[in-house]
Design a protein around this ligand. Structure first.
Ligand code: SF4
Ligand code: SF4
Length: 347
């Protein structure tokens, strides 16, 4: 198994750099198959904001599949906003129109059992396809530390079903176990991470854009995520999904093709203290919590609506920290970056 690191300084060069590597995976597909291409379509942000997978990367993947006689579809269930709107703003709608590729909203859930979690409600549409190609984005994530190939498949859970999982899982470790379960169920045959431009700091939506100059490809999403951590000089055990993948023996031996490496500023939420046993209460006092900036907030109410713990009261611009489970969904969905992540002790 190989993890390919393809240096790519700008999106104009994607076709030239990525296509030859994809062609090495042609034997994974058979003409006439229906393939779901799953980008990261977190929310309606423009390509230059580096929140969603760049349309150029999606375009090259779709062209590659079409040239093999495949019927590709682009599908996701965004964290908020309609799929149509997110596709349009992200530039992927135009690509779909140009290539006559249908878009499919990943809704209509069915219950599927994972290794750890039972009755995971995943879009039934995922199972209508012969194969899935996972086209993720290289970004930090305030809850999971990084969002790469494995985390991207949480988009196969319909939007309305997502928030309940933050409550059910309770801890970041459990949430990572859910994400690994979903990745195993969806079982993408190929994963591609767009890191030409990505995000560092407090991602996945309101961090700092960073040019990493890389696209990463592998048939194994667990090895891919692990390899990216090492090349970013990030301890794989810090990234919850990678730690869980290692614990389950999913990061098999792999070889590397390509010599890319870089660095990344991690979110301020990365724990610096042990959070088990009697120290847990102390850690909770100094862990980062969300705080609404009254100056930046436009009172769109998205955070209040999406908060799984119902901890946000916008009538008072207030967050109930007794209810808050530190999932940082509010920070992720805020379209204005109006949620700061501050130490509770300073509030
Ligand atoms: S999502 Fe952001 S802008 Fe909208 S109400 Fe919440 S804090 Fe304010
Ligand atoms: S306030 Fe924000 S971090 Fe706290 S539970 Fe709600 S969405 Fe999660």
């Amino acid at each position: 198994m190989i993890v390919h690191f393809i240096k790519c300084e700008d999106y104009q060069a994607v076709e030239k750099k990525l296509l030859p590597v994809l062609e090495g995976y042609s034997s994974l597909f058979s003409p006439g198959e229906k393939v779901l291409v799953k980008p990261n379509l977190l929310s309606a942000r423009k390509p230059e904001e580096a929140v969603a997978t760049h349309p150029k990367v999606v375009e090259v993947v779709l062209r590659f599949l079409k040239d093999l006689g495949i019927f590709p579809y682009v599908g996701d269930s965004p964290a908020y906003g309609s799929l149509q709107k997110v596709l349009q703003v992200s530039g992927i709608w135009e690509v779909c129109q140009k290539l006559s590729v249908p878009a499919v909203e990943l809704n209509e859930p069915v219950e599927v059992d994972g290794q750890r979690y039972k009755k995971i409600r995943i879009s039934s549409k995922v199972f209508d396809f012969d194969k899935v190609v996972n086209v993720a984005k290289l970004k930090t994530h305030s809850q999971m530390v990084l969002t790469l190939a494995v985390k991207n498949l949480f988009g196969c859970v319909p939007g309305i079903e997502k928030s309940g999982w933050h409550i059910r899982c309770e801890t970041n470790e459990n949430f990572a176990a859910l994400l690994v379960d979903i990745c195993l169920i969806v079982n993408p045959v190929l994963s591609i991470v767009d890191g030409v431009e990505g995000m560092e700091g407090n991602g996945p939506a309101n961090g700092k854009k960073k040019k990493f100059g890389v696209i990463v490809v592998s048939s194994n999403p667990f090895a891919l995520d692990h390899a990216i951590c090492l090349r970013l000089n990030v301890d794989p055990f810090l990234v919850y999904t990678v730690r869980e993948s290692i614990a389950r023996g999913l990061v098999k031996d792999y070889s590397i093709d390509g010599d890319w490496s870089s660095s990344i500023e991690l979110p301020v939420t990365v724990p610096s203290l042990p959070v088990k046993g009697p120290l847990r209460q102390i850690a909770r006092m100094i862990v980062r919590v969300p705080k609404i900036s009254k100056k930046e907030c436009i009172r769109c109410k998205i955070c209040e609506e999406k908060c799984p713990a119902k901890a946000i009261d916008l009538s008072r611009s207030d967050i109930d920290y007794k209810k808050c489970i530190r999932c940082y969904v509010c920070h992720e969905v805020c379209p204005r970056g109006a949620i700061e992540l501050v130490r509770r002790i300073f509030i």
